[in-house]
Ligand binder design. Sequence first.
Ligand code: CP
Length: 296
Amino acid sequence: RGDLLTLDNMSTTEILQLLGEAEQFATGYEWTANQQAVVANLFFEPSTRTRYSFEVAQKLLGLHVLSFSEESSSVQKGESLLDTVKTFESIGANVLVIRHPENEYYEQIKDHLSIPIVNGGDGSGHHPTQSLLDMLTIQQEFGTFAGLNIVITGDLRHSRVARSNAAALTRLGANVKVAGPIDWMEGYTHLYEHVDFDTYLPQADVVMLLRIQHERHDQSMSYSKEEYHRQYGLSLARESHLKQHAIILHPGPVNRGVELADELVEGKHSRIFKQMKNGVAVRKAVMKRAILNQSL
Ligand code: CP
């Protein structure tokens, strides 16, 4: 039906096909929907990149876009997620893009809908379109995933981006390692080797930094910004140990001076703004897939 909920239930072939289509969009391919298709973007959590890159992609594909704001909706009167999505289906939405704070929110609604759901991020669960745009950025740089040394560092426990990326990149043949505070690695260390960031940096092809999600931490987990940067952040000194061709990724929003030094955000190794640009191409490919599948 064109759902995109996680990458886990998508074959490697299908992931590579989506990346191929996204690369075509990134290099000038154009496609417009040949029907009056309506998409509703339902964001129950704050977002800048995901929300607005979906909206740019949808508008450039000629889709009609409904932007929902929880604060001014009937959710404030107690309307449930199910009744909210059924309302959008009833008034003519052909695809729903949803971000929600609850892990696997889609399980409670998917069997009640006949239109596709595109997951724009669920709690600390999955963020499949972020993962696709990260993979597109890596593919553009290296042409392959096989044998690449990728270190994901930071707040993995709370990160839907890390969960989606670690699994998908491993399936595509990359050597994925994790780094950062060991207390933040719950759910990862039985699957991925935990390495010392300083020791591993000179081998890394891709350094994937994650935002510290202060809003999901209790007090006992907190470092001061300075302390985190000193122990685990990509400082200017650490950057000097990177390979010439190594790239730095971060899904954003960036805590400048915490996960990485302010100067490195726009530095020569950074592909952070390229990731955002690729977000539009990836979301065009994902919307095209959803629109074509919902109309079968
Ligand atoms: N990367 C990401 O999901 O950013 P937003 O929360 O701004 O959408």
